[in-house]
Design a protein around this ligand. Sequence first.
Ligand code: B12
Ligand code: SF4
Length: 487
Amino acid sequence: MKILFVVADVFLSEPLGLMQLSAICKSNGWDTRLATIRRHNILNIVNIYQPDIIAYSMMSPDVQKFKAVDRAILENFQKGSAVPCRIMGGPHASYFPDILREMNLDAICIGEGDNAIVSIIERYMDDDDFSGIPNVVCRTSQDLDLKQKELIHNLDDLPFVDREIIFDAVPYYRHIQLKSFLTSRGCPYKCTYCHNSAFNKEFKGYGLICRRFSVDRVIEEIKYTQGKYPNLKLIRFGDDTFAHKVDPWLEIFADKYRKEINIPFYCLMRSNAFSDDMARLLKEAGCVSLSMSIEHGDEEIRNTILKRGISNEKVQQSFEYAHKYGIKVQANAMLGIPGTTIKDDFKTIEFIQKQKIYLPTIGIFCPFPGTELTEYAIKIGAIDDAVDFSSHYQTKSLLKSYTEHEKMLQVNMMYLGMFFVLLPKWFNTTFKLLIRIPISKVYFLVTKLFLMIRFWGLFPKMVPYNPLVILKIFFDSVSYFKTKKVK
Ligand code: B12
Ligand code: SF4
């Protein structure tokens, strides 16, 4: 049984969900391979590899790219032999199940696919229908609602993720000294722009939403990875929120990690959980950098429209703790929130400026399907029901509530803001003048260069001192950013 996974791209941060699925398939004795739309000629790979199953893992901004690839595959097979079984999982299928019909797929997976993929393949091998499999909607389903749902109850039962599938697809990644791990699944918060609130509603009543691997299981996987890839110099914990409070799990983990692993790490945190004690514990364990989002500079907007539940004071304090313990922080913020104005965007820029942030990253809100904020944007008439969010990433706002001039200002604010917020306040007049000049493409280039340099600091030791690998990463980054068109 041959399974070809297809993703839009892999770029420095590994797709852990897919790597988990690949490990599960391999542990069942099935062969897997990965192809990326940006890097590979998918049609060639399909023709050479001859997969039984094509398993798409897709995010919403990539819908058009996947549809084009899928069309090409179908046309290719119409000329010859039987079409492989085509299934899809990941965020888009989970929150926009209409994709099943739009692409006429055999099945889609909503939510976790660890058991679903095994059942799909087994049924396929038995020439059986996919109906009734938990978390799966298939071509013959009457409607797109999930009838059977499940969550993975014991994460420790999962095999270690398959890293080889990435290295086979993008060989130079083998030399990257950063590797990602998960210590948990699920997030209890209700941020309206995030998929988690929708996920939590869908799977409420099917077991614990927030689950952790045991400390020993996490340590064991890292040791195994270290043994297999001795160039492991930096760890990225990809959990949505690495820790919610200083609890026994975290204390035991911090202690064991420091004693048995002792590799610097990066993780994602939330300001409300980042107390002095938390900062000290993480620092002692080896945390060198983290991501902690601000999202909006106005407390009211942050807590009513975005439902972050974090005061300005708490945000400020958390950055001070990070600073106190020498942890570098990357902080995300969003412009163009539905129901707000361009003046509110300026508030965000000014608020970020007051914080001690190593790498501020700014984006423009994109109405992804299935989220509460998208529903709100439709309700207040800021977008139509059928907004085309595809290919929208770091491009101008899709909201009707802004004029074209305001959208241009936002794009420039997003690009230039990332480094202007690090300058003293008296640069603000220059900033306000510069964002009025319609040269977004120039600002885009300047920002990307700045980001590349700062990422280097945020992820120390990620890149080996090997000129060939450094060049490869540089050109790969340029090629990656070229695909992010400025609209
Ligand atoms: C790490 C991460 C990244 C990494 C790695 C991406 C990756 N492919 O994993 C990077 C930094 C590259 C990234 C980039 C982006 N990301 Co991102 N990312 C995440 C994050 C935080 C964690 C992903 C993860 O590891 N999850 C844990 C694993 C275990 O779960 P999983 O990946 O979902 O996989 C499971 C299921 O989905 C399913 N499954 C997945 N694929 C398949 C395929 C088949 C066939 C089957 C049966 C099942 C199946 O089974 C898996 C195991 O249970 C998620 C939030 C989240 N918690 O999911 C956002 C998230 C996926 N990202 C998101 C977005 C929007 C982006 C960006 C577009 C930029 C942005 N900031 O807005 C970019 C563009 C990516 C691109 N096209 O290149 C959105 C997607 C929303 C949507 N509707 O598509 C999410 C959900 C966050 C959010 N805003 O709510 N991201
Ligand atoms: S804290 Fe992060 S992952 Fe959790 S719901 Fe909010 S945005 Fe999503």
